[in-house]
Design a protein. Structure first.
Ligand code: FO1
Length: 330
């Protein structure tokens, strides 16, 4: 079975680790968000691609959900001694090797797709990891604080500012002129199942869908499209999606996010067949048991425990998503 998943960072990576357990023989293609990418100290950092690669490849710091396990911070300490560089972003010694390899291969003219494949050759994530695009795309958040209204890079908003200032808008710089990376549209077109894991709907899934051609490819697939709500009972399981959803006018709830992605049609709440295509993405929407009363016009909603406390729990959620996919197959 060919499974394609759109993925951001920590939540998606943990879900996909469970998916590998739930579907050990499936061919999994992960389309990773690259709009979090940032250049620091002259190095190109791709946080979501690295979180996916490390988590699926067994090198992640599982407590943090990002960065390497068994990490040391000597370079960071030395930079601090020079009072040099953005001390607010933790680049560990082991992690820096990944950024050095990526930056030198990019500088040599290789694409992000080729660089990601080269890095994954070491990590063997057990899934094909594709960047959403090889073009430069960066999410910036428009905030308003004592210094007035300004845009800051998503990583600065997320890590240095801890998402405290009110987010007024989300600007995905460069996405209008970007193209899907090689293989992305083919993978979607040939998928037997398309999954939207519990990633941030705005700056992870939303940015992937904003790459011209990707959303249209998903709405056109014959394969069932199933999403997993990142919001349980009105609060994000992890991360700070609740800080960004209001900026795009979406309610912080399983219903709000489900309706934001939209039902694709072909089913009404009772599952009866209705031909009206609603232009949305979802055939199925997996919500937590506390949100069991959620409805998404044009999609089948299924409730189950969604707290990904460990790998077995993530595998159980992945199984629920796959069984919902076979239930809603068009
Ligand atoms: N997140 C933090 O909260 N603090 C950090 O210092 C930090 C460093 C970092 C370094 C490499 C990397 O791949 C990720 C890192 N992250 C850090 C996580 C990252 O900001 C977020 O996980 C994603 O951008 C959100 O999806």
């Amino acid at each position: 079975m060919r499974i394609v998943a759109l993925a951001g960072g920590i939540g998606a990576a943990r879900f996909l680790r469970g998916l590998k357990v739930a579907a050990p023989t499936a061919e999994i293609t992960v389309i990773g968000n690259t709009a979090d990418d940032i250049t620091l100290l002259g190095l190109r950092v791709s946080p979501d691609l690295d979180t996916l690669m490390y988590t699926l490849g067994g090198g992640i710091d599982d407590t943090q959900g990002w960065g390497r396990d068994r990490e040391s911070w000597h370079v960071k300490e030395e930079l601090a001694a020079y009072d040099y560089g953005p001390s607010w972003y933790g680049l560990g010694d082991r992690d820096l090797a990944t950024h050095l390899v990526r930056t030198s291969l990019l500088d040599a003219g290789y694409s992000l797709t080729e660089v990601t494949a080269a890095l994954c050759h070491r990590w063997q994530p057990g899934a094909r990891l594709l960047p959403m695009s090889d073009d430069r795309i960066e999410t910036h958040i428009v905030i308003e604080d004592t210094q007035g209204r300004r845009a800051v890079h998503f990583q600065e908003y997320w890590v240095r500012l801890r998402a405290e200032p009110a987010a007024r808008d989300v600007v995905v710089v460069g996405v209008e002129d970007a193209h899907p990376a090689p293989g992305v549209l083919d993978a979607i077109g040939q998928a037997d199942v398309v999954l939207l894991p519990p990633s941030n709907p705005v700056v992870s899934i939303g940015t992937i869908l904003a790459v011209p051609g990707i959303r249209a490819a998903i709405t056109a697939v014959d394969a069932p499209v199933v999403g997993v709500s990142p919001i349980i009972g009105g609060a994000p399981v992890r991360g700070m999606a609740d800080k960004l959803l209001p900026a795009i006018g979406v309610e912080t709830s399983a219903v709000g996010v489900g309706r934001h992605y939209g039902g694709r049609g072909g089913h009404d709440e009772q599952g009866a067949h209705d031909e009206q295509d609603r232009g949305g993405l979802l055939d199925g929407w997996l919500v937590d048991t506390v949100d069991a009363d959620a409805t998404v016009p044009g999609a089948i909603v299924q409730a189950g425990p969604l707290l990904m406390t460990d790998v077995p729990a993530a595998a159980s959620i992945a199984r629920q998503a796959l069984s919902l996919a076979s239930a809603v197959r068009r």
